[in-house]
Ligand binder design. Structure first.
Ligand SMILES: [Zn+2]
Length: 249
């Protein structure tokens, strides 16, 4: 009787070891799936307080990021290994783009990469008609037109949550911010508004989401300087926008 019991005991030890190994494998695969989101942050074409801006992203525990600067960024978007990033955050404002570089943007949509556009990225590529369809709106720089957009620095205003059920705005109540407002901007009718303001010098809809091909896209108008970067509600908006667009449609 002793021998089989011993055998069965040693077998169960092996099973235990096997179970332990399996558990470690499962745990490591969970930690891989819960790994940080990889974000490309595209800057350039407009001045900004880089140190403070990147400090905001440093505070986001769920992401790691790499900054690409224009004009090289548009070329890099076509050559960078798609497996190395989940989301692209645009905080740039270039004026020109080549046809080949435009194609790189459409490749991002095909791949279902999440795109977040912030603040002055609404003003980029005034001559590229498809850009506003990508972003979901446009700041019009042309002069003396009924469509001419405006800006005003150092404004205190209330950001109102238009859709509290969206993951981007989840858990955020209406909040005050000291920032730049844009007026008379174009917002395409197909977008879902996320945030609005009643400030008379601002367009009403100041943040939205929509989808293009396989990508989720979010635009957030506030974000001129550290008054926004260091505003906890603004930080939460940007952080949640990155998390939301990272999930494929
Ligand atoms: Zn600005």
């Amino acid at each position: 009787m002793k021998v089989p019991i011993k055998n069965s005991h040693s077998l169960s030890m092996k099973q235990l070891q096997g179970l332990l190994f399996l558990s470690l494998m499962i745990l490591s695969s969970i930690s891989v799936s819960a790994k940080k989101l990889n974000v490309l942050i595209v800057t350039g074409g407009h001045g900004f307080d880089r140190k403070s801006f990147l400090e905001m992203f440093d505070s986001f525990k769920n992401i790691s990021y790499r900054e690409l600067e224009q004009p090289e960024a548009n070329l890099q978007l076509g050559t960078i290994d798609p497996k190395t990033f989940d989301v692209v955050v645009f905080y740039d404002m270039p004026k020109t783009i080549s046809e080949a570089e435009k194609a790189n943007y459409f490749k991002l949509l095909k791949m279902g990469k999440g795109l977040v556009f912030l603040h002055h990225s609404l003003c980029s590529y005034q001559q590229w008609a498809d850009y506003k369809i990508l972003v979901g709106g446009k700041y019009h720089e042309e002069k003396d037109s009924p469509q001419t957009s405006t800006y005003q620095h150092d404004v205190d205003f209330t950001v109102k949550i238009a859709d509290s059920g969206n993951p981007v705005t989840k858990g955020i109540a209406d909040f005050e911010i000291h920032d730049e407002v844009y007026g008379n901007t174009e917002v395409l009718p197909g977008v879902t508004p996320l945030i609005t303001t009643e400030h008379p010098q601002s367009s009403k809809i100041i943040g939205w989401t929509h989808q293009k091909e396989n990508s989720r896209i979010v635009y957030i108008q506030p974000g001129h300087d550290k008054n926004a970067y260091f505003n906890p509600n603004y930080q939460k908006l940007v952080r949640q926008a990155i998390g939301y667009v990272a999930e494929k449609r």
